[in-house]
Design a protein around this ligand. Structure first.
Ligand code: NOJ
Ligand code: CA
Length: 525
């Protein structure tokens, strides 16, 4: 592992910067806030942070509408603050991954301001303009086309109308955007998470999408059509390879793609000869039904589909998805932690998961997310999973001295970092132990994943290295079970209460919603 790239043995921690730590009392998290909390992350043991966009932005989509790809929004701080953060991150032995948003800019970006100014502007072709719209739909509801009165043409926006799509078939766009990557790479940033990588190239003939026979009333309106012509187009793979080549101009950097696609299509983003994304995000754990059988299938399906030499990765949560503790409940959240941290490859977790933080209900008048505002009540809103990190039980949870931009959870006086640090049996300590175990047991990172089986509600698999054989047992059920077991020692359990007990030869009792990691006495063959 010593010689493998850093990102292969990393746990990546996603920070939604608005909600991590405010340093100036405006109720919005910022870069100096992150600096103030770096010790916490070092103690947690994670290896890299991915920070959602911090670039200048009108914040129509909270930073995913970028008005300057090479700056820092004053809400988050200054370029000096950023450089300070980067050096502190590195001083703490961590890596920093930035969010790159190439599919669209803000409508306030100077490129779009120019592009929309006239039909003949040199930047006209930097965006996607048409005389007539086709039937493509926006991910945030309604048509993906907006009429621009000045020139009488329509521009494409796969998301908000304030987020016009860039034309990646235009070589000047490519060159300019690749230069923005180089800007951050030169500053020493360790890699990028690329926003909606699979959407970047559209059909050159702008053909209409076919209807989706599976669409049901009450679903987001974007589901009405199958995204045949505006997503996952064949040309995307050439573009991803070019992006990778830019990242490869600098030593030891990583390229991660946000891609929501079925497994076979997803795998193609590793690229021919693995020269695409180092890690096309694997969202199986977010999408899979929470039971032993479905998860076993998801795990074996994913492993089996990986191209030769491709490095696996697993994601437990992000700023667009319901929090895991809300999806599966507080007890299963511990199982989720053990599952994530015993799977092979690179892992990504979302801030607050280590606290068992749940979604926070948002009253209608406090809704911020345009996804909810545009299509209310369809479950599209992402504010619930973006609420402030609870650090302690003081007013506003130590997050801010002002008014937080989104409400804190009602439970913050008990569910907060300080309280969970004091409770040795808390989920926070479980995360620390699991992350530490990954460091001391390389088998968990790069050992073989074998013998994935299900017995009643228990998922069982082995991780086999050169030195050790580990069995992971996870009870997804509500009742205790007896499991047949070879001789071994429990090295960690989700309740943190049975380590080091040599285990009975033939059977092992598992409590409801309990997980254990056992080291088998018998060494690898
Ligand atoms: C995916 C991002 O994760 C999400 O938050 C954003 O709204 C869309 N892409 C548009 O950039
Ligand atoms: Ca602030």
């Amino acid at each position: 592992m010593q010689n493998s790239p850093w990102w292969q043995h990393s746990v990546i921690y996603e920070i939604y910067p608005r909600s991590f730590q405010d340093s100036n009392g405006d109720g919005i998290g910022d870069l100096n806030g992150i600096i103030a909390r770096l010790d916490y992350l070092v103690n947690l043991g994670v290896n890299a942070i991915w920070i959602s966009p911090i670039y200048p932005s009108p914040m129509a989509d909270f930073g995913y509408d970028v008005a300057d790809y090479c700056g820092i929004d004053q809400l988050f701080g200054t370029m000096e603050d950023f450089k300070h953060l980067l050096s502190e991150v590195h001083r703490g032995g961590l890596k920093m991954i930035l969010d790159f948003v190439p599919n669209h800019s803000s409508d306030q970006h100077p490129w779009f301001v120019e592009s929309r100014s006239s039909l003949t502007n040199p930047k006209r072709d930097w965006y996607l303009w048409r005389d007539q719209p086709n039937n493509w739909l926006s991910h945030f509801g309604g048509s993906a086309w907006e009429l621009d009165e000045t020139t009488g043409q329509y521009y494409l926006h796969s998301f908000l109308k304030q987020q016009p799509d860039l034309n990646w078939r235009n070589p000047d766009v490519k060159a300019a955007m690749f230069d923005t990557l180089r800007f951050w790479l030169r500053l020493g940033v360790d890699g990028f998470r690329v926003d909606v990588m699979w959407l970047m190239i559209k059909d050159d003939q702008f053909r209409d999408n076919p209807p989706n026979p599976g669409y049901r009333l009450g679903q987001p309106s974007n589901n009405r059509l199958l995204p045949v012509y505006n997503s996952d187009r064949p040309e995307i793979h050439g573009l991803v390879a070019e992006m990778r080549a830019v990242v490869d101009e600098f030593p030891d950097r990583v390229l991660i793609g946000e891609i929501y696609l079925p497994i076979q299509q997803l795998m193609r983003y590793y690229g021919a000869d693995l020269k695409g994304a180092h890690l096309p995000f694997n969202f199986q754990l977010l999408q899979c039904a929470w039971n032993a059988e479905s998860l076993a299938q998801a795990i074996t399906g994913y492993q089996g589909a990986l191209p030769g030499g491709a490095w696996p990765n697993w994601v437990l949560g992000n700023h667009d998805q319901s929090r895991i503790a809300s999806r599966v409940g507080p007890r299963q959240a511990r199982i989720a932690a053990m599952l994530l941290l015993t799977l092979p490859g690179t892992l990504t977790m979302y801030y607050g998961e280590e606290l068992g933080m749940a979604n926070v209900p948002i009253a209608p008048e406090r809704v911020q997310d345009p996804a909810e505002k545009n299509e209310p009540g369809l479950g599209q809103g992402r504010d619930p999973e973006r609420t402030p990190m609870p650090w302690d039980d003081s007013r506003c949870a130590g997050f801010t001295t002002g008014l937080p931009w989104l409400p804190l959870g009602d439970d913050y006086t008990t569910l907060n970092v300080r309280a969970l640090e004091l409770d040795q049996s808390s989920i926070l300590h479980l995360y620390r132990r699991l992350i530490d175990l990954r460091r001391t047991r390389p088998t968990l990172v790069s050992g073989k994943l074998q013998s994935v089986t299900v017995q009643s509600d228990v998922l069982r698999f082995q991780r086999v290295g050169d030195q050790d054989r580990l069995v992971v047992l996870l009870n997804f059920g509500h009742s205790p079970v007896e499991i047949e077991m070879e001789q071994g020692t429990v090295i960690l359990s989700t309740n943190l209460d049975r380590e080091r007990h040599p285990q009975g030869i033939k059977t092992l009792g598992l409590n409801a919603a309990e997980g254990v990691i056992i080291e088998l006495d018998q060494l690898p063959a």
